[in-house]
Each structure stands twice: as C-alpha cells, then as structure tokens.
Design a protein around this ligand. Structure first.
Ligand SMILES: NC(=O)c1ccc[n+]([C@@H]2O[C@H](COP(=O)([O-])OP(=O)(O)OC[C@H]3O[C@@H](n4cnc5c(N)ncnc54)[C@H](O)[C@@H]3O)[C@@H](O)[C@H]2O)c1
Length: 332
C-alpha cells in the first residue's frame, strides 16, 4: 500500500484533530486539514509543527518538519476534500454538529471514499444513519497524542461494510498502530468500557473514604501502570495464575460499585466549572505554571513510553520463538 496515493482529510483541528494530522503526515499521506471554525486556524499549524519538531527530537521522524508540511493543506473550504479517499471527522462531541459536518463532507467526496468519526462515545450505528452511504462509515477512535500512541479502535456500525473495516485495519499499520477491529458496535467501544469501570470504582473508593485521590493514582501508576503496556489484562492473569483470579472474583465482584448515577465527586467539579489542567481545577488544583508543566511532562513521557513499548510488540514472543528455532536448526 502506498500512503502517498491515499489523500486523507481531517475535519476539526482541535486537540485531537491536530495530532491526527501529524500522524497522517508522518505516515506519508497527502493531508487536507479542514478548519470548520476559523478559530482552529489560530493554533493548528503551530501545534502540528511543534508535534513534528518533538517527533524529530525523539527519533520518530528522520526529516525536518518542512518535509512533512509540504504534504499539508490547511483550509476552511469543504470543496478541497474532493479527492480524499478517507475522511476523519474530529469535531466536538455533539451529534448535531457531527451531522452537519457529515452532510458538508458527503456533498464533496466520492461515493467510494471512507468516512469516519473520532467520536468518544456516540454509537457508530446511530451516526452512520445520519450519512448518505452508511456502509462506508466507521468509528476511528484515537488516543491522545495520536502521533505517538499505538492505540486505535476501528469500530463497525450495524451497517458498515466489514471489507472497508479490514482495509482500515491494514492501512493503520502504516500509522504505527496496533489496531483493534471492533466488529460489533457497543456503547463506549472497548477501551472506554474498561476505563469507565475503573473510573467509577476509583471515584467510589474516594467517596467512601477508603483512600485519597493521590493514593488511588499511585496505586494505578505502580500496579496496572507497570504491566499493562506490555501484556494487557488476559495475559497478565495467565502470567500470574488464573485460579487465584477465579477465587477472588467470587467474593469481590458483588462488592464492586455498579451505580448508574454519575458520581457526586465529578459532578461537583464540573458544576463548579472545573475542567482539569485546562483551567487548573480538576480532581487536583493547579497553578497555571504547574498545569502547563504536567501537560508538557506527560507529552515527554508519551514519547518515552512509546519507545519502550515499541521494543515489546504484540508478537514479541512469537519472534523470539522463531529466533530460537532458527538457532536450533543452524546447530543441527
Ligand atoms: N481529547 C481526547 O483525548 C479525545 C480522545 C478520543 C476522542 N476524542 C473525540 O474527538 C473529538 C474532538 O475532540 P477534541 O478533544 O479534539 O476537541 P476540541 O475541543 O479540541 O476540538 C473541537 C473541534 O470541533 C470544532 N467545532 C466546534 N464547534 C463546531 C461547530 N459548530 N461546527 C463544526 N465544528 C465545530 C472546532 O473547530 C474544533 O476543531 C470529539 O468527538 C471527542 O469526543 C477526543
């Protein structure tokens, strides 16, 4: 597959959109970056350039940012999307906004171009009903920063053509992803279902007075944070002995939080205008300098963990086994 023959459009150049643009440029696609609101033009080029500079400093790319930026068109005009074979919608998490964007995109692109949304949680089967050709519609769910993380969910809706999904699966390996093809639509897809189970339990432990926010973060960082990057959940249970988990589940599962209300702790923060590091008020309070440093330090960490994770791809043991077999054959 030749990525420079597959022009890609990203519609919406906020936090995620800019980062996806960077990922596509690094992968060699011609990219049309569409700003649905003029505001995006204030930051997009600078954000993308900064991401490319950091990517070069961290060895993700070999050439200077200008080399990649030559493939980039930033525009406010939907007509510029006409040749794109893949469109990634990345506007606010608002179904009405997404619907109006799909209509503008579909008025321009070819009928065989693939249309996707980076929605975090709106069911793909609902979104695809708002489009002209539902069979070419998919969820493409990224993690921030999109140009460094290996994570990508490709989500089919009820009417998606699985062949397009398999094409996206293959294409995304050129984006340095280890993708997940979610073959049946489900609310929250895979990763958010897992993470929200954890967010709910974490909040409930704080609300119940069992541990502080700091202690719960410390527990995640030093337990799950150590093993998950390499082995995930199921292999972790294999590595540490399945029967123990079976025994614990029997007694522990009935005690886990399964409340259906949004917890008070997070409601109070949001009702008071708290956004997190964006305005210095979240589960923790931040001075302006401190919030920026957390964001910068996390960005740096994401490059470093990427480097470590790349040394341990999903097929690492298969490769090691093959090396061993080859050595044995040589020795015979
Ligand atoms: N931030 C994340 O970590 C993350 C992760 C995965 C998925 N997502 C999803 O990606 C999408 C974008 O999130 P983000 O974090 O980049 O948001 P953002 O606020 O940084 O950007 C929002 C974008 O929406 C556009 N927009 C705002 N109002 C609009 C309108 N009326 N019409 C058309 N466009 C409009 C803006 O121009 C901007 O490009 C959302 O669906 C979000 O749920 C975000």
């Amino acid at each position: 597959m030749n990525t420079n023959e597959i022009p890609v459009a990203i519609v919406g150049l906020g936090l995620m959109g800019s980062s996806i643009v960077t990922c596509m440029l690094i992968a060699g696609h011609p990219v049309v970056a569409l700003a649905p609101q003029s505001n995006d033009l204030l930051h997009a080029k600078q954000r993308i350039t900064e991401d490319l500079i950091k990517s070069q400093a961290n060895g993700i790319i070999q050439n200077a940012p200008e080399f990649y930026l030559e493939n980039l068109l930033i525009t406010e005009n939907y007509d510029d999307l006409y040749a794109c074979k893949l469109v990634i919608e990345c506007t606010l998490e608002d179904i009405k906004i997404k619907e109006s964007v799909f209509a503008k995109v579909e008025a321009v692109i070819a009928s065989d171009a693939i249309l996707t949304s980076n929605t975090s949680a709106i069911p793909i089967s609902i979104l695809q009903k708002l489009t002209k050709y539902p069979e070419r519609f998919f969820g493409l769910h990224w993690a921030i920063p999109a140009h460094t993380t290996r994570f990508l969910e490709i989500i089919c809706g009820d009417n998606s053509n699985i062949e397009h999904g398999e094409f996206l699966y293959e294409l995304s390996s050129y984006w340095a992803k280890e993708p997940i093809l979610v073959r049946k639509d489900i609310a929250g897809f895979i990763t958010n279902r897992l993470m929200y189970a954890m967010y709910r339990e974490a909040i409930s432990l704080v609300e119940g007075g069992y541990a502080t926010i700091e202690d719960i973060d410390r527990s995640c960082r030093n337990n799950a944070g150590y093993f998950m990057t390499m082995v995930g959940i199921f292999r972790w249970m294999d590595l540490t002995g399945v029967p123990a988990y079976h025994a614990v589940m029997k007694d522990l599962l009935p005690t886990l939080n399964n409340c259906q209300e949004v917890p008070k702790l997070i409601t109070d923060i949001v009702d008071a205008g708290g956004k997190g590091t964006a305005n210095g008020k979240g589960f923790y309070d931040y001075s302006p300098g401190e919030a920026k440093l957390w964001e910068e330090t996390y960005a740096q960490f994401s490059y470093e963990i990427r480097e470590l994770a790349l040394k341990y791809p999903a097929d690492i043991v298969k490769k090691k086994l093959k090396e061993k077999q080859d050595e044995q054959q040589k020795g015979q």
